[in-house]
Design a protein around this ligand. Structure first.
Ligand SMILES: Cc1ncc(COP(=O)(O)O)c(C=O)c1O
Length: 399
């Protein structure tokens, strides 16, 4: 299987898979339970406005995260925006660039200036030493991102925030079910935000949550997510409409019930990939620090062009031609995208080096061990023939 590349789908051969294998195939959980919940919603006519399923999902997310309060909203992006508004954050927010663009945009649309910070090259998460270096009189907040489900250095970041009087929050969009040591992600900083987007380890079609132990902050967010109305329906201030629907909560609850099983499947596929790709030149399966638990929703490999001559984007194209829809999580990263790259150009060497190398592969319940074998064989073929592939691509003007 490792000889030659001419019969690959990229060059006109038949694809390895007849059905697409994707990153983050939605996990429904028990379909019958979901449909039963949905039926009850339809019968009750209570579709939205803090219905019983939203209330139950809020309780269960708070329990999973080990916090006192959860406010469900329509997406993690909205959750970040409402949380920043409710906390009254102004000025500059120090954050990593190695994240989804929503981390930055949610601050910018609130009138804040994201200040991009370099990363710990091992984890890819924000580097606390760099955070300290970037603090100015305009800094008011630090945003950590639990990249690929790994907790960032929550303890060191809290010390820096306390020493400098800064608001600390975490974009935990990818990290439900992960822990820092034995403490669940969700309880760190002043607030954390989860995403229940369809690709996440728990999904509610679309959805997000702010979790916090600060009851006052939770109430401020709750006001803002429903037109500024309090529990009695009196409008006390301006606000938006970011309420989660009962149909979304039905999916969220059902998907949450499958969380443990989803994580188990993710861990199993991670072991399959590790075994199948061991010894493949210039390909590293990213391992996570065993001091913490990871939800393993993200199976990340690094492609070392210097070692195998293979370009990361060539491998992506090659896999997609075979119906393996791998992703660049995250490349380009935030400071390389508009409006940030024009408004405030910065160089982040460790972020840029990592972003150039990473690929997220399909994993978990959506694929089988046999699928992993096939995908890994394709990757191995690409790595062994890296220089040849680069030459062929360059010959047709693709770099
Ligand atoms: C790190 C990170 N932050 C924020 C988001 C945005 O989440 P949502 O799509 O729920 O707004 C995502 C989703 O992909 C993410 O991965």
């Amino acid at each position: 299987m490792t000889n030659g590349v001419g019969d690959l789908a990229l060059f006109g051969g038949p694809p390895a898979f007849d059905r697409t294998r994707v990153v983050g195939r939605p996990r429904i959980g028990d379909r019958a339970r979901f449909l039963d919940r949905l039926d009850k919603v339809l019968d009750s006519g209570w579709f939205t406005h803090n219905g019983p399923l939203v209330q139950e999902f809020e309780r269960k997310v708070a329990e999973t995260a080990g916090v006192g309060h959860c406010v469900l909203v329509t997406s993690a992006t909205t959750a970040l925006e409402l949380m920043l508004d409710a906390a009254g954050v102004t000025g500059e927010v120090i954050m990593p660039s190695m994240t989804f663009i929503a981390t930055a945009h949610s601050a910018r649309v609130r009138g804040l200036q994201p200040v991009f910070c370099d990363i710990d090259p091992v984890t890819g998460c924000i580097d606390p030493d760099e955070v300290e270096r970037l603090i100015t009189p305009r800094t008011t907040a630090i945003a950590g991102v639990h990249l690929w489900g790994q907790p960032c250095a929550v303890d060191r970041l809290q010390k820096i925030a306390d020493a400098n009087g800064l608001f600390l929050y975490f974009d935990a969009a990818q990290a439900l079910g992960s822990t820092f040591e034995d403490t669940p992600v969700g309880s760190f900083g002043s607030a954390e935000v989860f995403s229940f987007h369809a690709t996440k380890v728990v999904n509610s079609f679309e959805g997000g949550a702010v979790v916090t132990n600060d009851g006052e902050l939770a109430e401020k967010i709750r006001l803002r997510h429903k037109f500024g109305m309090n529990a009695s329906g009196v409008v006390c201030r301006e606000g938006t409409n970011a309420k989660m629907t009962e149909a979304c909560a039905a999916m969220g609850l059902t998907s949450l019930e499958a969380l443990e099983d989803s994580i188990r499947a993710n861990i199993d596929r991670h072991a399959d990939y590790r075994a199948a790709l061991a010894g493949t030149p210039g390909i590293e399966v990213v391992e996570f620090n065993p001091a913490h638990h990871n939800n393993h929703q993200y199976l990340i490999i690094k492609v070392d062009h210097a070692e195998n001559g293979l370009r990361r984007d060539t491998l992506l194209d090659l896999l997609r031609a075979e119906n393996v829809f791998a992703q660049r999580y995250f490349s380009p990263c935030c400071h390389q995208l508009e409006p940030y790259r024009t408004e405030n150009p910065v160089v982040l060497p460790r972020t840029e080096a990592l972003a150039e190398q990473v690929i997220a592969l399909p994993t978990g319940h959506a694929i089988t061990t046999e699928d992993v074998t096939t995908i890994s064989e394709l990757i191995t073929r690409a790595a062994v023939n890296g220089t040849e592939l680069t030459r062929r691509r360059e010959a047709v003007g693709v770099s």
